[in-house]
Design a protein around this ligand. Structure first.
Ligand code: SF4
Ligand code: SF4
Length: 472
């Protein structure tokens, strides 16, 4: 392959791209990813999950209870660090994949690309293949055009609505929300969210289309920073395709490969199939371009043409700049990629370990400072604290509360006779500690609150606090 220059064309004025369908291995992979992603997104809210306590929905973000249920995992607000960790790990995975495989995320997994693919399928279904759609767009307004465009937009809207509505189902019991939604029984937030997501899906996949990738997507802007000469890209083999005298359509003198080689004409028969199948409407023969989302459809198209002609495939193929310019295999084991991989695996291990070793309960203490202390009629001093206990287990837990570090201190829970927490319950209690004055002190004595489980086995939970008295 001759060295190709990377062309950064920026954002050109939008002109509608009429994409032609193509068959091939990358198209099949793209379809498989789309079906997998849609199966997960649309079916997950309906998947049931047995829990000792809590909802029986496998994935549920319960805002009222402030709990996120993800299969066997229950996330509490204080577990937000996991979410942060997960996002950081996902970012490192994306950096690693981009550094090695280029923009495969855009080509096969990005939500916008997936929905755009569905909308293009709808267009083909209703309006026909590319030539029919081009003809329809050029013809004047008539019954056929109105009917076909109306049906296309109706199906666009239907897909957009199901997308928005499914998102809402993740935030409550899906079967109940499904019934409630159509009976007008849900909160206005459910309807507003569905409306916003329906409108945005319809506008982005139906109208913004490839312009979103070119002009808005931030990933498209910063991914160049992760690219190097060994990153996988899609490139046209210019040396083979153009030879010395350029490309040419087949003619009587340039029909067979031998004839073309004798005439120093390249293997590209200038059929334009690679351009017609491109969802971003670019011509990869002009060089590597930042609009290319690495979907591989132009490879399928060109391979199909080469197969029909009986010539070797791979005129357009996945390769790297190093291979293009120097003809040598790319190097994947580089410090940058190894660093991304280490950060990804290290972060994943940390997250998994943290989740597996989460405390079954947690406790926080807040000193009530007004007043700092009260002197009782028997001469002792009383300090008050707000104790917050969070039961993260799926069991009811009976707890004993003792203090260590204050001899013969009395723990007063007021009218509360015992500390019992239901599964996943958070309890806030006012605790008064009564204790004699501390001699020779600076007016404060450190001690510990200790929560001792009574009906379940795990280590006591401790938190430190200060007991205040007048200074002597
Ligand atoms: S040039 Fe090829 S790989 Fe790039 S977006 Fe177009 S069809 Fe996909
Ligand atoms: S599909 Fe292949 S042969 Fe046809 S124009 Fe594109 S590169 Fe040339």
């Amino acid at each position: 392959m001759a060295e190709q220059k990377v062309i950064f064309t920026g954002v050109e004025p939008a002109s509608k791209v009429f994409v032609r369908s193509v068959k091939g291995s990358f198209r099949n992979f793209k379809t498989a990813m789309l079906l997998l992603a849609y199966s997960v997104y649309f079916l997950l809210p309906w998947l049931r999950w047995d829990r000792i306590s809590g909802p029986d929905q496998a994935v549920l973000f319960d805002l009222d209870a402030r709990l996120f249920y993800i299969f066997g995992l229950v996330m509490h607000p204080q577990d937000v660090v996991w979410l942060t960790g997960f996002l950081i790990i996902a970012a490192y995975l994306l950096f690693f994949i981009t550094g090695v495989l280029g923009r495969v995320w855009c080509g096969y997994f990005c939500f916008h690309t997936l929905w755009l693919d569905t909308y293009m399928f709808i267009e083909r279904l209703v309006q026909g293949e590319r030539p029919a759609r081009v003809r329809l767009s050029k013809q004047g307004w008539g019954l056929e055009k109105i009917a076909k465009l109306s049906l296309t937009f109706f199906l666009y809207l239907l897909v957009a609505f199901v997308t928005g509505f499914t998102f809402v189902l993740y935030w409550g019991n899906a079967p109940e929300m499904f019934k409630g939604f159509f009976h007008g029984e849900l909160d206005s937030a459910a309807y507003i969210t569905t409306l916003i997501l329906t409108a945005s899906t319809f506008m982005l996949a139906g109208f913004a289309r490839e312009q979103l990738c070119k002009a808005v997507c931030p990933y498209a802007r910063f991914q160049a920073a992760m690219f190097d000469r060994d990153t996988l890209i899609i490139a046209y083999d210019e040396k083979r395709g153009e030879a010395d005298n350029g490309r040419a359509k087949p003619s009587k003198e340039n029909k067979t490969r031998q004839q073309r080689q004798q005439n120093r004409i390249g293997d590209c028969v200038d059929c334009g199939f690679c351009v017609q199948v491109c969802p971003t409407g670019i011509d990869i023969r002009n060089g590597i371009q930042n609009e290319c989302i690495s979907c591989g459809l132009c490879i399928d198209a060109c391979n199909q043409i080469m197969s029909n002609l009986g010539w070797p495939k791979g005129l357009i193929r996945y390769t790297s700049e190093r291979e293009v310019s120097m003809g040598i295999r790319p190097k994947y084991f580089k410090p940058k990629n190894i660093g991304y991989a280490l950060a990804f695996f290290g972060g994943s291990f940390w997250l998994a370990w943290n989740m597996a070793h989460q405390d079954p309960m947690d406790m926080s203490i807040r000193k009530i400072r007004k007043p700092m202390y009260v002197q009782l009629s028997d001469g002792r001093f009383q300090n008050s604290y707000e104790l917050k206990v969070n039961n993260k287990t799926q069991n009811s837990v009976d707890l004993g509360l003792v203090v260590e570090g204050l001899k013969q201190a009395e723990v007063d829970l007021g009218r509360l006779k015992r500390l019992t927490l239901k599964p996943e319950q958070t309890l806030t209690v006012l605790v008064r500690i009564k204790h004699e004055a501390i001699s020779h002190s600076n007016g404060q004595q450190p001690f510990e609150f200790v929560l001792v489980p009574k009906n379940i086995v795990f280590d006591p939970i401790r938190d430190s606090a200060l007991f205040y008295t007048p200074k002597y």
